[in-house]
Design a protein around this ligand. Structure first.
Ligand code: ADP
Length: 152
């Protein structure tokens, strides 16, 4: 088959897979968590991004490795600073919904130039509960999975 047909098929395939079936567990911290504890959580959970939530699991921010490095090089005591000084805040967060396709997720990751998207469920106007996580690794895993299905 021609190159164009193959590309159409690949894009169509990605549209068949849904975020709700591929999302991984979100790693969350509370707003008052210190920068120090956020760094420890990143190492222990082996993730590059933490989602910051209020008690009820409502998304308030996202904090990346570089956000924490930025605070760390400027401050002497990381126990004194809460993670909310470092995070990107709502409403400036790119999120994805459970029913969206993996193609939508891949496109949002590229357009927002970020490594990870919180998967959310709307609970009230402008209030989103964090229910999962899609990262560049999730997309890469799907590509590898599709290849291993090829010969079945
Ligand atoms: P890093 O900063 O470690 O390279 P990212 O590229 O994911 O990691 O993050 C770049 C910036 O974008 C950071 O300031 C981070 O807070 C922010 N960010 C990360 N994910 C999102 C998102 N889903 N929506 C909006 N901003 C985000």
């Amino acid at each position: 088959i021609g190159d164009h047909r193959a590309k159409d098929m690949l894009a169509d395939l990605f549209r068949k897979y849904l975020v709700k079936d591929y999302k991984s567990l979100p790693v969350v911290v509370q707003e008052q968590t210190t920068v120090y504890d956020a760094v420890v959580t990143m190492f222990l959970e082996d993730v590059g991004t933490l989602f910051v939530v209020r008690e009820e699991g409502i998304l308030v921010g996202v904090v990346s490795r570089k956000d924490l490095l930025k605070v760390a090089i400027g401050q002497s005591n990381l126990h004194e600073f809460p993670v909310y000084v470092a995070m990107t805040r709502m409403p400036n967060i790119t999120t994805i919904e459970l029913e969206a396709t993996m193609y939508d997720a891949a496109r949002k990751l590229i357009e927002a130039e970020v490594d990870s998207l919180p998967v959310v469920k709307m609970v009230a106007d402008q209030q989103f509960e964090v229910v999962g996580r899609i990262t560049k690794t999730t997309i890469t895993r799907l590509v590898v999975e599709l290849d291993s299905l090829r010969n079945i």
